[in-house]
Design a protein around this ligand. Structure first.
Ligand code: SAH
Ligand code: SF4
Ligand code: F3S
Length: 443
């Protein structure tokens, strides 16, 4: 048998791309590829790309430029572009970068082995279809040493989006909302747990709109979470990303009832101004969002909120922006991402007059300083508290391990290496800039 070919995958963008990269590696495993962390020895380099903001998309072209010397040194090296830039700009990529052999959109990953074979024959392979069949039915789970590593894993349950927020490319790059059948997800989750996974994060662009075929009709996300909570060995469940309008009563109730469902919710609002929310086509007001959070906190008082914000959206006035700051003061996010509006080709807001760059940058800085302060205060409030930590990997110093708190803090602790993969009880002893320090209790 010939030596396995080597695959190097570089992943940009969201967690769904991380999951997809593993599945693509699984598919190419069937074509005889093994994953490598060394780009220099790769027979195939796959860039799994993100189109969400202009900067994210431009990274792809600069990365491709950097690959030229590798391709010149090894003419057998195949270069592929996957993900949302592939979907949005597939033909342009082929035109702008002759060194690209293969372009594959997110809904065509199950066709990768066939495309790879064509690329080996010297053909250019491009597939940005939205086929009828479910790609995950044809994508084997990743196997081998790399696949067994981490005790926390992602599981895509829903993909695509029908919301059409005025700024967003996702409905175009990922396509319409599709939920995977519940039985398959239960089987995949059990398989992950058998491989040592203790925490599963359910993924979807609109994960709380999940409505997959299951016993007795479609299951909601709440039902899926309740069934997953019964799987022995699975200790923690999370889900992301949710839209405020799909937060059902049942899902809110689940937060109060299911211990395995972690007390942390990423619920982007984007803006605190009703006028801006309307322009964004978010279909709810700031007040409705705040009342929703009240109900979630009533069900699970220790829940931490996280969010996403866009500043400088077309039409955002200083008063509108002040409403965003006020909303943040009220919610006090444990963590949040904020971005300057980036006009994306083909989206409804792209042609509107936008806020000048200096104003947008100034607002972003002000918002980020507020969000960072809240994040730090939340983290510092953990000192002295007892909590559970999922131990994930070795830390930088000898004997030190790193894990995750229920609220997604990185936690450093001294513990034997065989605690990796276990949920242990700790007391938090200090708060550092990007992590907490803890000591084990009851061990
Ligand atoms: N519902 C999605 C959101 C994906 S995009 C999910 O599953 O995560 C992640 C975040 O990027 C959005 O919440 C938004 O804050 C930001 N974003 C999206 N389009 C953007 C744009 N054109 N400019 C700036 N930020 C944007
Ligand atoms: Fe984009 Fe809005 Fe859909 Fe989220 S809900 S993926 S922001 S269109
Ligand atoms: Fe980016 Fe596509 Fe995810 S645009 S954020 S990789 S869905």
């Amino acid at each position: 048998m010939s030596a396995p070919r080597k695959l190097f995958v570089k992943t940009y963008g969201c967690q769904m791309n991380v999951y997809d990269s593993e599945r693509m590696a699984g598919a190419l495993g069937q074509s005889g590829y093994e994953q490598t962390d060394d780009m220099g020895e790769a027979d195939m380099i796959l860039l799994n790309t993100c189109h969400i903001r202009e900067k994210a998309a431009e990274k792809v072209y600069s990365e491709l430029g950097r690959l030229r010397p590798l391709k010149e040194a090894n003419p057998d090296l195949k270069i592929g572009v996957a993900g949302c830039v592939a979907q949005a700009e597939g033909e342009e990529i082929m035109r702008r970068q002759p060194l690209v052999d293969l372009v594959v959109g997110p809904q065509a990953y199950h066709r990768l082995p066939d495309m790879e074979a064509r690329a080996r024959q010297g053909e250019k392979a491009l597939d940005t279809d939205f086929p009828e069949e479910d790609k995950f039915d044809h994508l084997p789970a990743p196997r081998g040493p790399k696949a067994r590593r981490a005790p926390a894993a992602f599981l895509t349950v829903q993909e695509g989006c029908d919301k059409f927020c005025a700024f967003c490319v996702v409905p175009y790059t990922r396509g319409a909302e599709v939920s995977r059948p519940a039985a398959r997800l239960m089987a995949e989750a059990r398989d992950l747990v058998e491989r040592g996974v203790r925490e599963i994060t359910l993924l979807g662009q609109n994960v709380n709109a999940y409505h997959g075929a299951g016993d007795g009709g479609d299951w909601t996300l709440a039902r899926l979470v309740r069934e997953l909570a019964k799987v022995d060995g699975l200790e923690r469940i999370r889900y992301t990303t949710s839209h405020p309008n799909d937060m059902s009563d049942d899902l809110i109730a689940a937060h109060g009832e299911i211990d395995k469902l972690m007390p942390y919710l990423h619920l982007p609002v984007q803006s605190g101004s009703d006028a801006v929310l309307k322009g964004m086509n978010r279909r709810h007001t700031a007040e409705q969002y705040l009342r929703l959070i009240e109900r979630i906190r009533a069900a699970r008082p220790d829940i931490a909120m996280s969010g996403d914000f866009i500043v400088g959206f077309p039409g955002e006035s200083e008063a509108n922006f002040a409403d965003t700051l006020a909303l943040c003061e009220e919610v006090r996010y444990a963590s949040a991402f904020s971005f300057k509006y980036s006009p994306r080709p083909g989206t409804p807001a792209a042609g509107r007059d936008f806020v000048d760059d200096a104003t947008a940058s100034d607002r972003l800085a002000r918002l980020q300083s507020l969000l960072t302060r809240h994040q730090r205060e939340f983290q510092e409030a953990q000192v002295g508290r007892r909590m559970s930590v999922l131990v994930e990997k070795p830390g930088r110093e000898a004997g030190q391990l790193v894990g995750k708190s229920p609220w997604l803090h990185a936690v450093h602790l001294d513990a034997p290496a065989d605690s990796i993969g276990q949920v242990v009880d700790v007391e938090i002893v200090a708060s550092n800039p990007n992590s907490l320090a803890a000591r084990r209790i009851g061990a």
